[in-house]
Ligand binder design. Sequence first.
Ligand code: M6R
Length: 608
Amino acid sequence: MCGIVGAIAQRNVIPILLQGLQRLEYRGYDSAGLVVIKNSTFERLRSTGRVTELTKKSAHSSGKIGIAHTRWATHGVPSERNAHPHISCDSVAVVHNGIIENYEELRAQLTARGYLFSSDTDSEVIAHLIHSYYLQNNDLLAATRAALVELIGAYAICVLAVNNPQHLVCARRGSPLLLGLGENENFVASDVSAVLAVTKNIVYLAEGDVAEINLHSYRIFDEGGKQVQRAMHVSELSNDSVELGEYSHYMQKEIFEQPQALADTLEAVCNSQALIPGLFGADAAVDFKNIGSILILACGTSHHAGMVARYWLEDIAGIPCTVEIASEYRYRKSVANDKTLVVTISQSGETADTIAALNHAMLLGHVYTLAICNVPESALVRLSRLRFLTRAGPEIGVASTKAFTTQLAALFLLTLVLTKQHQRLSAEEEREHLHQLRHLPSAVQLVLNMAPEIALLSEKFASKHHTLFLGRGLHYPIALEGALKLKEISYIHAEAYPAGELKHGPLALVDKYMPVIAVAPNDTLLEKLKSNLQEVRARGGELFVFADAGTRLQSSEGVTLIQMPEHAGYLSPILHTVALQLLAYYVALQKGTDVDKPRNLAKSVTVE
Ligand code: M6R
């Protein structure tokens, strides 16, 4: 996963940058780089090895201002030319976390204006774009702000100009970034752990902020361009812990990290030739040709991800798919089909039931196996022939959040790759899906911006003992996931049903004391769902409807409408999940439960 460190000091900053990168190593990466200004020129060092390689390379370098980066590419050979920092015309250097959605368009425009690209990344357009403005007035802050207006997507960036060694400029939208304040030296980082060794005084940038950092001072501008003050926090964390930063709980942090986690997971699809089987391992091209069906095995939240994937795989790729709870499958005498791809999904890769289910599948004669997992060296990954590693970073909260949404992103990629390989994906559809994927981190950020509204709503649930979640189709598993989140951390009894199933039993539970939460995307099942909601209202049930724009649903007596920012088509389950995660989190706060360590539960269930 990508990481950023920047520093300006009266001493050599290279050791600070390298130490910062080392602190970010736990997030995983495949290349690293830094740039400093030395004798009025850039000195850039990049390496596809570990940070220690970069340390060796930099033995004779020094500089008092610099920026550094770790990058994790997910397919192909990670190369030095794709490693950050990217430099434009020997003048402007940039490091970037996130995804620039309109980079192809910008790249074409900049190429037409004579800019030469030396990498395949989306990030390089930022360097050239800033440079094109910087030429006009030599003002790095103004040039960065002008360039940001043209960027669509998620970013945290740090920028350096060779003829302006007095300051660094940085900005964030959809990816975290903070300032570390030292004595006559200042720092920038994407994660507080990167600067803890040099300062504990931290200022977290808000969404849309742009900042200029000098030796002795700094200025922050909000997204409207107004100079603002942001509170300084003194970090109490030791150098060794995974930092909570500005958040009160790991679950909250992990919910808010989702734009970055998704951007990191989807880094591989930044370029248009990205939908290749190689994303899933060296043998995938051959294996995917041989398979005719899919069997997904997982537990808990990961099982819900599998349930969403079934809709995608059958609807888009046309491949038959079954999804089973691993703890059930492992004891079932099922019939193996040697043309089936067995996909296991797990955050930890150490869940005993999922590992046992995979072993059981292999004993039954299944050959083709793929693990979708967040932990690279885990047992599940080691056992499987193919793998896709989600890039969510460490998930500490027992309730799974960013692991789930990145699993969904991975499963959507799997669907697209299989669809393409089975020649069912037109070039036009591929472009459209890639566009939606690149937009995903920003779309998730818009849902996160609903947090204050959802926090207010949560007050209505604190006194409830039961809730019902409803969804249909692709969003039925999201109703299940919403109910699981709520019960796990608030201890409120929550059940989920496909809305059409209400009248077959659960409707008997509905009265004025039963809050009913409905997931209402603007999709083909909307009208059916509306009828189901009428059934609830007619029995006095109180409705809370998370509805996309264009659904023409409205708040009324007994109906509270929570307006979702946009409809994301096939990716809509990801957006609705984030809203329900926020609801569960804020209800748990109301109830004062232990959000990160709910009673009776463990993060990794390594026993049966
Ligand atoms: O590590 P895994 O994804 O295999 O874990 C599976 C479940 O134990 C896990 O998703 C659990 O349901 C979470 N606590 C849900 O928030």
